[in-house]
Design a binder for this molecule. Sequence first.
Ligand code: ATP
Ligand code: MG
Length: 446
Amino acid sequence: MSLESPELEIDPLLDDRRTRIVVCCGSGGVGKTTTAAALGVRAAERGRTAVVLTIDPARRLAQSMGLTELDNTPREVAGIDRSAGGSLHAMMLDMKRTFDEVVVQHSDPERARAILENPFYQSLSAGFAGTQEYMAMEKLGQLRAQDAWDLIIVDTPPSRSALDFLDAPKRLGSFLDGRFIKLLMAPAKVGGRAGVKFLNIGMSMMTGTLSKVMGANLLRDIQTFVAAMDTMFGGFRTRADATYRLLQAPGTAFLVVAAPERDALREAAYFVERLADEDMPLAGLVLNRVHGSGAAQLTAERALAAAEALEDAAAEAAEGSAAGPDTGERDVALTEKNPDGRIVDHGAGHADSRQDRPDDAGTAGATDGASDASATTGTERLAAGLLRLHAERMQVVARERRTRDRFVSVHPEVPMVEVTALPGDVHDLEGLRAIGHELAEGPAAA
Ligand SMILES: Nc1ncnc2c1ncn2[C@@H]1O[C@H](COP(=O)(O)OP(=O)(O)OP(=O)(O)O)[C@@H](O)[C@H]1O
Ligand SMILES: [Mg+2]
């Protein structure tokens, strides 16, 4: 028996004009980008003026949305059905460029140039863990301020942990406040401090033998950088706080995306709790890439039992036919000799009927007599193989269900929708529509 959670109703969420921001978060590789893009397409085709902010989308997915260059501006997505009056824009986050924009926006031209050209700024903007999360929020703030879209769907960076998205801006904010200056100015005290990783080369040089190791140029670089960034530290903090408040606003909905795997769901559970602690509005959980089976009525146990029975029968038949006179021709005979000329594979027929009556399987093959034995052996082995595959699939289904149920037992209040694992990657509008459809209607297949 599986536990029930409330249904996550995607269409009412997308249709509600009060929904202004949807954030798709979750641990690495679970389908955040895919979900965000699929929601964008669906929202637009249902009449919303939507924009999707994607982060590191797979190349083919990006191409299908017309995202061929990383220019940090939303572009209209072609191929969207606009008959409901909506539209879709999409962009890929360019972290470095977003950082540059912030600098330019918040300092005078001379200061901005001094910062942008500084090698320390360049390593900060390109590499510091958390910059991507911070910049995603920054970009979200910008898009919201532009007011050109009535729905912004935000993908989040491929972090190891879903929580990074919420933690990083704060970390970066406190990193870039006054303490940072003190750190730089008093390098001897740096040892062991977290958050200075980005400067790893510079910092290791500074610890201890600063003046000896560093050339005059490098020292000047740091001082200019610090002086130039000085005016912006407060700004970063304020902006991070402002975006944080935006995320708590009633028009925001968080969707936690998870795969039906233990780690992803554990991560999702932490995230759900964290959102509650932060007063951030959770809409629900998207359980993505769930496996189903078209033949779920045949349990793993029965399929395995049938496979074993078939294999036993095949083994017995093989023994019997090994003693017989003309085994060589039998394979051909079984598939080709049919009175009305049709090619019929008797073996497959056997296998089918045995899927329904696995208990009978043990007695079959053996009673066919030695004459059909060799061919039967081949097809029965094949059927047994298929049954084993089916059993494996059913075991996956059962394991996913147990994992899901564990989450539901801890968070029975969280609305949920399941999306099946499609056979291939999702890399075009059709694929995104299929995902969108499942998000709204639940899994297409049983
Ligand atoms: N329901 C699905 N069925 C089949 N493939 C899927 C499904 N959802 C996502 N995928 C595929 O899984 C891969 C990972 O998806 P996606 O890039 O959306 O994950 P992500 O959470 O954004 O990853 P990252 O953490 O790296 O950003 C992609 O190749 C995507 O096409
Ligand atoms: Mg992604």
